[in-house]
Write a protein of this length. Structure first.
Length: 296
């Protein structure tokens, strides 16, 4: 069975943070003036307000293929191609770059995942008594080799966006400072200069903006590491009493079963910094657990 769908949503009047007493930009950047005199209310300092005035946008193509249980096999495959935009995130410090130009904040959401593929399934291995193979097993052999099943979840997805910020003062007192973006920072994964955890992007594509100015880089413009993860389990039912009066299930579970390194990008990188463009975190390595369940 195959299904395709378009899913879209548009959020309005979402809560966010603004800085109503942020200073306006200097008219003459070569002769900067004190920021306090450029505030709407120069006799007080910073003001942080909560406002129900933000928006979000989500559009996605979803494809699902399903094979229902037959001959001991069931699987479900799904793929999503999506784009998620917003103006602020719940991440601390994600506020307006310029409180007088909210359009500068429209960009990728930190939760945006462009592509995601998931394949899950269950396979009753056809070995053991009353199965395709091993139907003549004795009780001892069948107890060891028969009636095993395996299930799995394979997740393959692109990375979350990373925000690029600057430590150069915009001279606006408040707001996120971002650098100038002068080229495409993406490193091709098919070349010798592809992304590594020590240089995930072309860091030369971001340069600090001049003092008192707002850089041209948008929100969350760099895509971080993706995921390639397998979780699976192997389990077997032992019939202790007929007619399902008592069964014992043994289960072995593997998380990140192939021990694939899953790098995690930071929420943001700041220029200049010794760790600018460097991946310093990874998800958990392979984990295994065993369990038994008695049902009666």
């Amino acid at each position: 069975m195959l299904e395709t769908a378009y899913v879209g949503s548009h959020g309005v009047h979402l809560w966010g943070r603004d800085q109503p007493n942020q200073a306006v930009q200097d008219v003459n950047l070569s002769q900067p003036t004190p920021s306090q005199g450029r505030r709407p209310y120069p006799f007080i300092g910073n003001i942080t307000g909560d406002i129900p005035a933000l928006s979000s946008w989500y559009d996605a193509l979803q494809v699902k293929a399903e094979k229902r249980l037959s001959q001991g096999l069931l699987f479900l495959a799904s793929y999503t191609y999506a784009k998620n935009l917003d103006m602020q995130a719940s991440t601390a410090g994600d506020t307006f770059t310029n409180n007088y130009n909210w359009a500068l904040n429209k960009g990728l959401s930190p939760n945006n995942i462009k592509s995601r593929f998931v394949l899950s399934g269950v396979w009753e291995i056809p070995v053991g008594q009353h199965k395709r193979f091993g139907s003549n097993f004795g009780r001892a052999v069948d107890a060891a080799l028969g009636n095993w099943s395996v299930n799995w979840i394979w997740s393959l997805q692109s990375g979350n966006p990373i925000d690029i910020r600057s430590n150069v003062n915009t001279n606006l007192v408040n707001g996120v400072s971002r650098p100038n973006n002068i080229c495409d920072p993406t490193l091709s994964s098919g070349s010798f200069t592809g992304p590594t955890r020590f240089q995930w992007m072309n860091t030369a594509c971001f340069v600090a903006q001049p003092f008192g100015t707002i850089g041209n880089s948008g929100r969350y413009t760099v895509i971080g590491p993706g995921r390639n993860n397998w979780d699976f389990s192997l389990f077997k039912n032992f019939v202790l009493l007929p007619e399902n009066r008592m069964n014992l299930e043994f289960r072995t579970e593997f998380f990140n079963g192939f021990n694939h390194t899953q790098f995690i990008g930071p929420d943001n990188w700041t220029i200049p910094s010794a760790t600018f463009g460097v991946i310093t975190q990874a998800a958990d390595p392979r984990e295994m657990q065993f369990g038994m369940k008695l049902s009666f």
